[in-house]
Design a protein around this ligand. Structure first.
Ligand code: ADP
Ligand code: MG
Length: 234
């Protein structure tokens, strides 16, 4: 198993503070945070064989420490149902990234199962000069940029803080259910907020964290993307 320190050392040695999605998810996993299982395929053949092992449909994403917004760069292909689709997606992703980021160091593609649809939310952590670590909860997807509908609390969070954050967002009614379905599982979201708060309190390496999106379900949730920036201050 890759240890947390190994991931941090590798990135620091390469002179970068941004972890890849795979590295960020690995760190989260070790902090007891459930993420969608994600593996690195170094080439097209590996991507195909991993997809078969996971079972279709799968998602392929660019794995590069130089590409922050993967879908903007044509680096995310969702809902791939066959080996052929995976092979083509791998090629399309690499072509698009080479065009848009000619200098990017490409590790390959991340492979993961396509998660079922849910209410998209975002959970984040950033460090404020005055208050230190601040935890954010917001409604995700397209809405997060347009509405800036987010709630903040200074870490560490108490359980009641996390509950309050869910109620505080203006669009909290969408937590009532995905497309008219049953309400989402609030206690899973509260637990996730508390785990993020714990991680920040116990791991001094984390400078900034974004789980975006988290798909919330009537039972449980899926963390499908993670961005982690290492702390630069000693
Ligand atoms: P980025 O934020 O870097 O553009 P994401 O990994 O968040 O890339 O992927 C873009 C979008 O694709 C997400 O907002 C989400 O809607 C969808 N998505 C990503 N991974 C999965 C997955 N494993 N299952 C289902 N949908 C996904
Ligand atoms: Mg994302």
């Amino acid at each position: 198993m890759v240890t947390l320190d190994k991931i941090v050392d590798k990135a620091r040695k390469e002179g970068r503070t941004l972890l890849t999605e795979i590295e960020a998810k690995e760190m989260l996993k070790q902090a007891g945070i459930d993420v969608v299982e994600t593996r690195l395929a170094a080439n097209e053949d590996e991507a195909v064989s991993m997809s078969r092992e996971f079972g279709f449909p799968v998602v392929l994403k660019i794995a590069s420490p130089d590409v922050v917004h993967k879908s903007d760069a044509g680096g995310v292909k969702l809902g791939l149902k066959t080996s052929n689709q995976v092979a083509k997606a791998y090629e399309d992703i690499m072509k698009s990234i080479r065009e848009k980021y000619p200098k990017a160091k490409i590790q390959g593609a991340s492979v993961q199962k396509m998660a079922r649809p849910g209410v998209e939310v975002i959970i984040g952590m950033s460090k404020d000069a005055q208050f230190g670590p601040v935890i954010m909860f917001g409604l995700g997807g397209v809405m997060v940029e347009a509405l800036k509908d987010v709630a903040f609390r200074v870490a560490p969070l108490a359980e009641q803080d996390a509950r309050d954050m869910l109620d505080e967002v203006r669009g909290s009614a969408v937590l009532g259910g995905f497309r008219g379905g049953p309400p989402v599982d609030r206690s899973s979201l509260v637990q996730l907020l508390l785990r993020v708060s714990d991680l920040v309190a116990t791991c001094s390496h984390v400078g900034e964290l974004d789980l975006n999106p988290v798909l919330a379900y009537p039972h449980g949730l899926s963390v499908v993307d993670a961005r982690l920036v290492l702390e630069t201050r000693p």
